[in-house]
Design a protein around this ligand. Sequence first.
Ligand SMILES: Cc1ncc(COP(=O)(O)O)c(C=O)c1O
Length: 387
Amino acid sequence: MSVPVLDLTRQHAQIREAVQRALQDVFETQHFILGKHGKALEEEAAAHLAAARAVGVASGTDALLLGLRALGLKQGEGVLTTSFTFFATAGAIHNAGGRPFFAEIDPETFNLSPAAVERFLEEECRPGPEGLPVHHATGVPIRVLLPVHLYGLPADMDALNAVASSHGLKVFEDACQAYGAVYKGRRVGTLGHLGAFSFFPTKNWGGAGDGGLLTTDDAALSDRLALLRVHGSRERYIHEEIGYNSRLDEVQAAVLRVKLPHVDGWNRRRAEVAELYRRGLEGIPSVHAPKAPDGYTHIYHQFVIRAERRDELKAHLADRQIGSMIYYPVPLHLQPCFRSLGYAEGALPHTERAAAEVLALPIFAELTQAEVQEVCEGIRSFYAGRR
Ligand SMILES: Cc1ncc(COP(=O)(O)O)c(C=O)c1O
């Protein structure tokens, strides 16, 4: 039996008619940008997350870019984040005019370690103007802390918020992989000053193309975001600042609205699949399966194991027609485009070790128990030396 890493056609089969009706509505009205679906989607997402405001944009990457601008990041200022994330996290920092700084992850959760963040701010920075920490070696002031809820597991936001606030940093959650995840009773994206989400089609709440969303309780921030996404213009042809063309279009919003009522159920089913994996992988000493800490609801955008001889295991699974992915094989501090930041190999040992050991197994709400068993059997046979 082959097992795909993701099969969106199974999801579409459940909602086909509703999606077609929603698309028909958009095409009948011929209103494609900033219409009723986009507005309704913002209201529905804000209510679902218990955020005061939500602002739709063209992608998760743009959500990060516009969000950093709205938070007041100035040219040449620093943003402290994780190196173990999708490229967009740091790409957006650069494109917003900032300089990324990378702190170490917690090896158990793969998320930014609050202790490492504190160490960076205390030991590698000194107090500077505006109460912001200034990085000793570069003289760069650090304005924003940007944690990522990687694979759908919330980062330790109480600890991160505490260290950020004691150093005067704004907190911007990269929740692009974690729509619906809950941290101590609250949804991610509402735990810092601002949250960014992605509607890339493979996400737990995915569109029919690119899309993104920002969430905040701060009305001034959401007004600024609404301005930035339309070239900084409130009144037609008058531009208060230089913004972007970054709207969530009506086709995306209409499709996403059909899916939203299903998302919590789909996320719960992913957690059940994760539990099936944990049981199926029990007793394989070469494999470490993920588990959410108490008080955290992991939405398993990815189910990522640590595995000995990871690349050989991946090839073995591929031989058995079982899909798997490596998120992410090269940490951002070692990317060629960030060479000028001056990080050497060995700078972030937990991050580098994770990059060498992680393997994402197939996970989606419609994955069957038999498919999970097939994957687990494939892994077991590899370590038992059976082919
Ligand atoms: C952690 C993270 N940040 C940012 C992004 C960027 O989102 P998008 O692909 O919608 O631009 C993604 C997803 O692709 C992501 O996984």
